[in-house]
Design a protein around this ligand. Structure first.
Ligand SMILES: Nc1ncnc2c1ncn2[C@@H]1O[C@H](COP(=O)(O)OP(=O)(O)OP(=O)(O)O)[C@@H](O)[C@H]1O
Ligand SMILES: [Zn+2]
Ligand SMILES: [Zn+2]
Length: 804
């Protein structure tokens, strides 16, 4: 019986979205499995492309075997995509208008996608004869195109018996970090003799020899220098004399290696108890329910997650927990590891390719039972899930803004149905969508209305900055906020200051003619970066020096505008010279582990003030922070987007929630130019429910989500006219196909009309029920594909995070 493989090839076009049939070579019959990657000849020129084995079938009497091309080679010893993820890829392709191949690739760790050397290595179980037959005298075998199908056959078989495995030669991109260690190189007797021969004045050398005589364990050179108060040159001479040897020792840089404190489950309060028992009973009854855990800041949501996970593990099942951009929330990772130790795997972008792959393999082998990770961790190949948690479910970073444009929350819910397990969406400020679904009882609402220990929510004051400006000179700090910070300094308490940078940036402008330096490739001005002393484009990466003379009028009055964190820090230093400040923004957290280090320093009271961008708004739990100041609440309000109020409310409520979380009460100051705006007023009261009611009314009136669904289409082309005409004809086509109830906004130029020399046009379709829409969009994509050689690109974004 001949086997044929159905293969999804790595050629992203509409035509290749369904599997192609390939003949499996005789020697590889019954060796391949779905989810393995292979290479196949494709197209008229038979060029070699990669593909995934989608399914394996027995040929029937009708199969025209002669018409089939044959699989070339195999890339994996074991499947890299399991059955669940294959059907998930199928669903994703359907719902995000992406290609199945793109979805499959998205689920793989990067190391499998890139061209690393692959080696086959024997495992201890491999018999000596087999070892000799396969590896000869080599310790490992390079896995490349030169392997014959016979060899592949043997290797696949050995792999199934767990006798061999594949490893990837990932060169650690970050250099190995080392410290210099010093150790005695001679016997104590010999050293004593050396000491006896020293001149009387050589006291430093004498004390070094004394140390070496009584210690033989290696010590860090730096520590030794400090301890004995000797210089590096003394040690160098000692080495030349043969008294010591110096070695470079690798230091472990795993950012999560840093001590996690083991924690025990806390005694739950009544609200937490209710939430945990609802979730655990869904786990135990295999009920694929979606819970919305709405709990005010500091209400102990994390403890609810941890106990729901503990229950899952007790029942022999595994757990997945998503957190927004995990490098931003090292605290929460620490808490999960503190409870579940080595069973936890962590996936996030801060890990090197190799580290990430190691974690992925631990999950794939079933060694890790709890996975914590950011957006793409939702594809972690965990089996037998008992609970899925999506923390801070309202976070925009859960949506991928490139193909496939998936929302991790939707994928989590899909997986919960696959595994018949509950999913918990948690937030102090749920997205309107999720809260509306809870209202309609599609999701089950669980409430934590109080802070733990009945601590009050912090007292929030709004400061009208127009008033401030009238009375004082221009400053980032109102007098109220400044005196509140001073009080904290005197009391030895800590403050958190947030600068809202969304949709806001620093730039330079000519004071004489008003000229602002634009990007040559995009229709946007360049952003000022003081750390590198350059101007950068945030869209295309263009970079140039800060001009000294105005390129427009040759004037010399260039002025720096905008409130960068660096500028605020400088002002703060001037106002409060004694305050110790930690600044946290993209510039200070670029290096690996920097984020966690800064937070740790702050937690250890090495600073009085943590000054940062949005990255300090979420998830932080420091007991001695009693003051939060928002320097500019308005910048995100001004954006022309239907979610602007929601985003602002969420941000202000979240950041306010960082104050007064332990026994000392908290205080918050919000500086704004729009003190009467409802998003700011309701954030002051931290009244999510009121905000929900008010905002829903406005969304209803404006026909916005969640009352309407939305799809955003974007066309881009090097030629502006082509992008615009494509959009106009798409609108015509949609109007002809869809019902009269749809609302089409646009086409309009994109929020940035030109990026990297491509022109963007967009339109937004709002609808309630349009059965014909899906097909219409696929048709549009198919047509666009045919024109894509000309450079036209169409992107479809379902449930877009913004209409901009
Ligand atoms: N049952 C409990 N008993 C005592 N302390 C608790 C209990 N539950 C949680 N805590 C503590 O209360 C603090 C706040 O809890 P946690 O950080 O989980 O709140 P949260 O709801 O996740 O907050 P946020 O949404 O603001 O990040 C933590 O320090 C936590 O250890
Ligand atoms: Zn000028
Ligand atoms: Zn640019």
């Amino acid at each position: 019986m001949t086997q044929i493989a159905l293969v999804i090839v790595d050629v992203p076009t509409m035509q290749t979205n369904t599997p192609y049939s390939y003949l499996i070579p005789t020697t590889l019959q019954h060796q391949l499995q779905p989810g393995m990657r292979i290479t196949v000849p494709f197209g008229r020129g038979d060029r070699r492309v990669q593909g995934f084995v989608w399914a394996i079938q027995e040929a029937t009497a009708d199969t025209q075997l002669d018409d089939l091309k044959t699989i070339d080679s195999v890339m994996d010893l074991t499947p890299v995509i399991n059955a669940e993820l294959m059907s998930l890829a199928d669903w994703l392709a359907q719902t995000t208008y992406a290609f199945t191949i793109t979805c499959l690739q998205t689920m793989l760790p990067n190391v499998l996608k890139a061209k690393y050397e692959k080696w086959v290595t024997p495992l201890p179980t491999l018999s000596t004869e087999k070892r000799q037959a396969v590896f000869g005298n080599q310790t490992r075998l390079l896995w490349d195109d030169h392997l014959s199908t016979e060899q592949l056959h043997d290797l696949l078989q050995l792999s199934r018996q767990h006798d061999i495995e594949i490893s990837y030669a990932v060169k650690n991109q970050a250099r190995v970090k080392t410290v210099t260690m010093v150790q005695a190189n001679e016997t104590p007797e010999a050293l004593a003799t050396a000491k006896a021969g020293l001149r009387k004045t050589a006291t430093k050398q004498a004390s070094l020899l004394d140390y070496l005589i009584s210690h033989d364990a290696p010590i860090k050179q730096r520590d030794l220098e400090q301890q004995l108060n000797v210089s590096a040159s003394i040690l160098k001479t000692a080495e030349q004399n043969g008294w010591v040897k110096r070695t470079a020792q690798e230091v472990y840089r795993d950012p999560f290696q840093s001590a996690v404190i083991k924690t025990k489950p806390l005694t739950l309060n009544a609200d937490q108890e209710r939430a945990v028992s609802a979730i655990t009973s869904a786990t135990n009854q295999q009920d694929a329910k979606t819970f919305l855990l709405e709990g005010v800041t500091g209400s102990g949501k994390t403890e609810v997650y941890l106990q729901a996970i503990a229950n899952t593990l007790e029942h022999g099942k595994n757990a997945l927990m998503l957190v927004p951009e995990i490098s931003l929330t090292p605290q929460i990772v620490g808490r999960v590891r503190g409870r579940f130790g080595k069973q936890v795997a962590v996936l996030h972008s801060g890990l090197s390719v190799g580290e990430r792959f190691d974690e992925w393999r631990r999950i794939n082998r079933g060694e890790a039972r709890v996975v914590v990770g950011a957006r793409s961790a939702v594809f972690a190949p965990l089996n037998n899930l008992g609970v899925i948690i999506v923390d801070e479910e309202h976070e925009a970073s859960y949506k991928q803004d490139d193909n496939p444009r998936y929302h991790a929350r939707d994928v989590a819910i899909w997986r919960s149905h696959y595994h018949s397990c509950p999913v918990v969406l948690g937030s102090a400020t749920p997205s309107l969508e999720s809260r509306a679904r809870a209202q309609k009882q599609v999701y089950q609402l669980l409430n934590l209305p109080h802070r733990v220990n009945h601590q009050q929510l912090p007292d929030v004051s709004i400061i009208d900055m127009t008033e401030e400006l009238r009375h004082h000179k221009e400053s980032n700090f109102s007098s109220e906020l400044l005196s509140a910070i001073t009080t904290r300094l005197n009391r030895g308490e800590q403050s958190l200051l947030m600068l809202n940078r969304r949709g806001y940036s620093s730039f330079v402008m000519c004071r004489d003619c008003g000229f602002v330096v634009p990007c040559p490739n995009c229709d946007i001005s360049l952003t000022l970066h003081m750390d590198t002393k350059t101007m950068k484009c945030h869209y295309c990466g263009h970079e140039e020096p800060i001009p000294r003379v105005c390129p427009n009028c040759r004037g010399h009055h260039i002025r720096y505008y905008g409130t960068g964190t660096q500028k605020v820090e400088a002002e703060l230093h001037e106002l409060l010279p004694d305050a110790r400040i930690i600044r946290m923004d993209v510039d200070t957290t670029r290096r690996k582990g920097a984020h966690e280090r800064l937070l740790k320093q702050f937690g250890d009271h090495q600073a009085d003030i943590l000054l940062g961008t949005q990255m300090i708004a979420k998830g932080l739990d420091f007991p001695d922070v009693t003051l939060v100041g928002v320097l500019n609440a308005d910048t995100s309000l001004g954006l022309p987007d239907f979610r602007a109020s929601e985003r602002t409310f969420q941000l202000l409520t979240q950041v306010s929630g960082r104050a007064g979380r332990a026994d000392k009460p908290g205080q918050v100051f919000i500086q704004t130019y729009n003190p009467d705006h409802y998003a700011i007023q309701l954030a002051k009261r931290q009244d999510y429910e009121q905000f929900f009611v008010k905002e829903m009314r406005l969304r209803h009136r404006g026909n916005y989500p969640p009352y309407f669904y939305a799809v955003k289409l974007t066309a881009s082309d090097l030629d502006e006219r082509k992008a615009a005409t494509a959009m106009i004809s798409i609108v015509r086509q949609l109007k002809a196909t869809l019902s009269a109830n749809v609302i089409i906004l646009g086409p309009t130029p994109g929020a940035v009309a030109r990026i990297n020399n491509r022109y963007y046009y967009q339109l937004v379709i709002k609808y309630k029920h349009e059965p014909a829409l899906n097909q219409a969009l696929f048709t549009i994509l198919g047509q666009a594909q045919k024109q894509s050689r000309g450079g036209l690109q169409i992107a479809i974004d379902r449930n877009p995070m913004s209409f901009m």
